[in-house]
Design a protein around this ligand. Structure first.
Ligand code: SF4
Length: 260
């Protein structure tokens, strides 16, 4: 038997798609790094939904942030991808290997190998070392599927927008503040009379609310404001048959009357 450490639902979907044999593993959702607690349960709920769709047993949730607090305290200022992450991966893999040993499993693995933000090489090094220490096999490989395929596979499944710990959450918030300030500045500089459109950032915006006719101007504006959705209430000929408005740096979903 194999024990599969599951870090999140999207990576589990990718893993079982790429490595079908791992579907029969015993799943282990051990992620004391996740902060805050509500986020842990949000990710657990998504994991449970995937288990249900795969018709496999979902383990009960168990949240132990105290297991991770020493790592966080020691390396809180490290950038994502540095030593804090190596320790975090090691903690989760070691616990998985110990659990696998305790139930007599021959091997262990992790869905972290499907994460586009993690290094397969680093995870393999850590996993192999633990495997060697505990005399058990570590199943490694690249469990990623391409982004387009993955987006289809995980439609409707909760997908987190930061890695998991408090430090990665703060890093993401800082990045967002910088992005917001930069885009707001561009809006004021290039579309000074339309700064009011900023209120649609992350929201649904009607095509009729945007008083520009030229498609390249529209793209530029959408790329700055970054609304969640562009609702084409004008049936703009330029948007005909388009589901996405690609601006170069930002792709905005287009909704039409008939989608309602
Ligand atoms: S950024 Fe991610 S991998 Fe790194 S320590 Fe935080 S939760 Fe763990």
């Amino acid at each position: 038997m194999n024990v599969l450490h599951v870090c999140c639902a999207p990576d589990l979907v990718s893993t079982v798609f790429k490595m079908e044999e791992l579907r029969d593993s015993k799943f282990f959702f051990y992620n004391p790094n996740i902060f805050p607690e509500e986020e842990f349960f949000r990710r657990y709920k998504a994991f449970k939904e995937v288990c249900e769709s795969l018709s496999v047993v979902c383990p009960e949730p168990s949240y132990h942030p105290e297991d991770f607090s020493k790592i966080l305290d020691s390396y809180v200022d490290e950038k994502e991808g540095g030593i804090r992450c190596s320790k975090c991966i090691e903690l989760r893999l070691k616990k998985t290997a110990e659990m696998a040993k305790s139930i007599g499993a021959e091997s262990f693995s992790t869905t972290l190998l499907a994460s586009p933000r993690k290094s397969v090489k680093l995870i393999t090094l850590i996993g192999d070392k633990i495997a060697n220490d505990l005399s058990i096999e570590f199943i490694s490989g690249n469990f990623r599927v391409d982004r387009g395929k993955l987006n289809t596979l995980i439609r409707g499944i909760y997908k987190q927008d930061y890695c998991g710990c408090q430090a990665s959450l703060s890093e993401k918030e800082k990045e967002r503040e910088i992005r917001d300030a930069r885009d707001r500045e561009r809006l004021e500089r290039d579309f000074g009379d339309l700064v009011d459109l900023w209120r649609f950032r992350g929201e649904v915006v009607l095509r009729s609310e945007i008083p520009v006719n030229d498609i390249s101007e529209l793209k530029k504006l959408i790329g700055i404001i970054k609304p969640a959705t562009l609702f084409d209430d004008l049936e703009d000929a330029e948007l005909k048959n388009k589901r996405w408005l690609k601006t170069g740096t930002y792709n905005c979903r287009i909704l039409k009357e008939k989608d309602q």
